[in-house]
Write a protein that binds this ligand. Structure first.
Ligand SMILES: [Zn+2]
Length: 901
């Protein structure tokens, strides 16, 4: 449950989930395309325009049809482009009309965005297996559409509800526990034994590990493709002999990119691409390309054989893999410019050679240089701006020639300093997204025989029921399998002590349930209304931006309110690496900014007397200072005034309480896990046949003659891996050969249950330590609301680890604010060198440091622990700020002579 409420995780998870879930980013991020778009290749533009026009025509036809039918039904007409609620829609359209000038109609953005919402179901249902099936499917889908068109207030079906939810709510991820544990908890009440649960769990585990095993090959095939295109064939104009394709353009395209990657995945897993009839030229070409790349890859590793020899169907999971990989590629190549320039800066290149990155206006010389390199003027738009986002997947576009330009810069670096050119898969298993559909296929198996889980699953749900749930009741299967149904706690009214609900289901429910229970808020119609209003608002805002006038409209109110008990609506996906289970859910409370403001400086939070009086209602709160340090993660100091606050800083020596949280406490789980890892990796084993040591990892290279063999340790093998940043095809081929020979062993180690479990335990214990620290600080702060000032210093961890200080601070800020405390940053200039006792009296006295851990003031003769000095001074700064918005004289920066204002 803690995990459920954890905003910290949410923020990260939200971003991840959003990135991994689909191509449509949150609408706020999307800027409608401006008409003038200088840096597109013309041919691509016209092609796209033509495709778009054709699509629009088809849509229009369909829509006319549906409109006609619905009229005869004497019901509300429905158009995907109209705003359904007239009451709220009128002002929007009026405003829109007035802002749209007839000379410059902004038609494109107007009808584009609703399409993105409306299109997705039809797009996903366009690849049937044969002609008759295709026709059947088309009929079914048009029927569905008709039904949808006819009554908007329809009962929530899987498709329309999913769309509406996806648009209206942010997605969050929560780690809920181990795969097996969750299954046991929820299936035991249904009469499934632990042995049977193990069978189910191992099947899911197997499916994810298969995907993980194929992943490195796919990544390498992609790298091979990009490398070959960029070094030999690719040019913006299409050099003879090349494929006439910008590799990134192909990969980032929603259709062709996914088809390509899924094709590769399918080839790596099964050795063949599913032979679906397909008319789309894009898809056919991508599939051919995938075949070609696969064939080329096989020339490098002649004995490469497909991985999936089991009966596990993996089709739906491949789809997720395609999505995730596109996202991964995108983030990698987006970072390429800053990585390359960063390296250049580090190596001390002169300023005028270093290429420009994101947001900078290129100099004339630079522009010319790039022009020469590319032979086309594409550097006028700063990289990474959304100006050129014209498509649905516009944000996944790169400028034409992007790859080539940056590849050129990368080549100018010395070979050993070159960064990784293409994303590399890790040896450890990563999370795989699993849709309900995939869960159904893996566990129930469908038509596949020899599925040991099928009989067990039939006792839980029949195959037909499962299919039904997948089609219409989103989240139900996941709920049944992993969380159990909600049951009253403490009552065993329907028999058995096992009937207890799991804590994970406490505030989670399925989308369908929400929509049924509260249709005015979560029903399809109200969500659709919200979407329409929001889109209208976005259009207006975009128009205003373009005309450079301030936007008067405010964003529409969200249909949710605080009365709803359920916070999370289950998505139809889980994520798993075979051991941990993460659920994906929609956050119905819909806090658009992630819920929390960052910690800000005291001058901003409490700018003047009025603000202070308003916030504390006349009461002057106590002040705590928090000095983050390198040895002591948090030294805290509380100054307690005797008696009443008399309007002045206390002249005497107020009692001071200190609390220290050692850094070692925060880092120890990580360091412990690390040293354990090193120990295991360095272990050497002597192997004699029949004397298996440590499972199968070391027992492979056994000498057939029976002699004792010393096998290399994992560490030895790792150090023999080739460097990552190869930039020529030859280097690449060589490195692939080396990797492929060693990877199975390394993967077996890194992806083993044992290592996964260790990683998970580490994560949990890090979290527990942080929680303990936060709880200790909160106890120290007490129940009364107070001001907690944190020194805003920067620090190195010194041990090559990410700083836990920031994690601790933000975690603490979240919890402290929930209790009414005010958390602020203060400038920690001089705070650890001046004597706090003298500072409190308005005097200036530096402290001497006779020993390593203590300080002595030569003026007042006090001995103080070095770490608490800083905390004490920080508390004093906060205190004086509350009193008269100034800073103690002894701690003033020389540049701000009298007051800090
Ligand atoms: Zn002193």
């Amino acid at each position: 449950m803690k995990a459920l409420l954890d905003l910290e995780y949410q923020k990260i998870a939200e971003a991840q989930a959003r990135a991994a879930m689909g191509f449509t980013p949150p609408m706020e991020d999307k800027k409608p395309a401006p008409e003038k778009n200088a840096n597109r290749i013309r041919t691509a533009k016209t092609r796209r325009a033509r495709r778009k026009a054709a699509k629009r025509n088809r849509k229009r036809k369909k829509w006319r049809k549906s409109r006609f039918k619905s009229r005869t039904d004497n019901q509300d007409r429905y158009s995907p482009h109209s705003v359904s609620d007239p009451a709220t829609a009128t002002p929007v359209s009026d405003h829109q009309l007035s802002t749209m000038s007839p000379s410059q109609p902004k038609k494109q953005p107007v009808d584009k965005q609703p399409k993105a919402v409306q299109d997705s179901p039809s797009a996903s249902s366009s690849s049937p297996t044969d002609r008759s099936a295709k026709n059947k499917k088309r009929k079914a889908s048009s029927k569905k559409k008709l039904a949808r068109a006819r009554n908007i207030d329809a009962t929530p079906t899987a498709t329309n509800l999913k769309d509406a939810f996806k648009f209206a709510f942010p997605t969050i991820t929560q780690t809920v526990g181990s795969l097996k544990g969750c299954l046991r908890r929820s299936l035991r009440p249904l009469g499934i034994s632990d042995d049977q649960v193990d069978i189910i769990a191992s099947r899911l585990e197997k499916a994810t590990s298969l995907i993980n095993e194929a992943r490195p090959h796919v990544f390498r095939m992609i790298q091979l493709f990009i490398l070959e295109e960029v070094t030999t064939a690719f040019s913006p104009q299409g050099a003879p002999g090349g494929t006439d394709v910008d590799p990134l353009d192909l990969l980032m395209n929603k259709t062709s990119g996914q088809t390509f990657i899924r094709g590769l995945m399918s080839l790596a897993l099964n050795g063949k691409i599913a032979d679906k009839p397909c008319k789309k030229a894009d898809s056919i070409r991508s599939r051919e390309l995938a075949q070609r790349v696969y064939a080329r890859y096989k020339t490098i590793i002649p004995d490469f054989s497909p991985i999936n020899t089991t009966d596990i169907p993996l089709g739906d999971m491949q789809m997720e893999f395609g999505l995730a990989t596109v996202v991964c590629l995108h983030t990698h190549f987006r970072k390429l410019p800053s990585t390359v320039t960063g390296k250049m800066v580090k190596l001390g290149w002169s300023k005028d050679v270093i290429p420009l990155v994101d947001g900078e206006v290129p100099s004339e010389a630079q522009r010319q240089q790039d022009k020469d390199a590319l032979d086309e003027p594409s550097t006028t738009t700063p990289l990474g701006s959304d100006e050129h986002a014209t498509d649905d997947d516009g944000c996944y576009k790169f400028e034409a020639g992007f790859l080539r330009t940056w590849w050129g810069h990368l080549l100018s670096l010395p070979a050993e300093k070159r960064p990784v050119f293409c994303p590399q898969p890790k040896l450890r298993d990563t999370f795989v997204m699993i849709q309900e559909r995939a869960v159904k296929r893996i566990l129930w198996g469908g038509t596949v025989k020899n599925n040991p889980a099928k009989n067990i699953m039939e006792t839980i749900l029949s195959f037909e029921d499962a299919s039904d749930y997948v089609d219409s009741d989103y989240g139900r299967i996941l709920e049944t399998l992993f969380y159990g149904r909600r049951r009253p706690v403490g009552h065993d009214n329907d028999g058995g002590p096992d009937l207890r609900r799991t804590s994970y289901a406490k505030r989670t429910t399925t989308m369908a349930e929400l929509a049924e229970g509260d249709p005015s808020r979560y029903g399809y119609r109200s969500l659709q209304d919200y979407c329409n209003r929001k889109l209208a608002y976005l259009r207006i805002a975009a128009n205003c931006r373009e005309e450079d006038v301030p936007c008067t409209q405010s964003p529409p109110e969200f249909p949710s309110n605080t009365n709803t008990k359920t916070r999370y609506a289950l998505n139809n996906m889980i994520r798993s690496n075979g051991l941990e289970l993460q659920i994906l859910a929609y956050d119905t409370k819909h806090e658009p900014h992630g819920g929390l403001d960052p910690v800000m400086r005291i001058e901003k939070v409490l700018p003047d007397e009025d603000a202070i009086a308003r916030i504390f209602q006349g009461q002057i709160p106590k002040c705590r200072g928090w000095d983050p340090g390198e040895v002591v993660a948090a030294a805290l100091c509380l100054i307690e005034h005797e008696g009443e606050w008399n309007g002045e800083p206390d002249p005497g020596d107020p009692p001071v309480t200190n609390l220290m949280i050692r850094r070692a406490a925060l880092y120890s789980p990580t360091t412990a896990a690390r040293s354990e890892r090193v120990r295991v990796k360095n272990r050497k084993a002597q192997v004699v046949p029949g004397e298996g040591i440590d499972g199968g990892i070391w027992a492979r290279d056994v000498d057939p003659t029976g002699a004792r063999t010393e096998v290399p340790s994992i560490h030895n093998m790792e150090s023999r891996l080739p460097p990552k940043g190869q930039v020529t095809v030859e280097d690449f081929e060589e490195s692939v050969r080396v990797k492929v020979s060693m990877e199975p062993l390394l993967r077996e180690f890194e992806g083993s249950r044992r290592m996964k479990k260790a990683a998970w335990e580490e994560k949990k214990s890090v979290r527990a330590e942080l929680d303990m620290a936060v709880a200790a600080i909160l106890r120290f702060c007490g129940p009364e609301p107070c001001v907690i000032a944190i020194g805003n210093g920067k620090f190195r961890t010194g041990i090559n680890m990410s700083s836990k200080h920031e994690t601790l601070q933000s975690l603490f800020a979240k919890k402290a604010r929930a209790q009414g405390h005010i958390v602020v940053f203060v400038d920690e200039y001089l705070t650890s060198t001046m004597c706090p006792a003298c500072t409190a009296r308005g005097e200036t006295s530096r402290m001497a440091k006779p020993t390593s851990r203590s300080c002595v003031c030569l003026t007042c003769g006090r001995w103080i622990n070095r770490d608490s000095v800083g905390a004490h001074n920080i508390a004093l700064i906060a205190e004086q700020w509350l009193f008269d918005q100034s800073r103690p004289i002894s701690l003033l920066r020389p540049s701000v002579p009298t007051s800090y204002k």
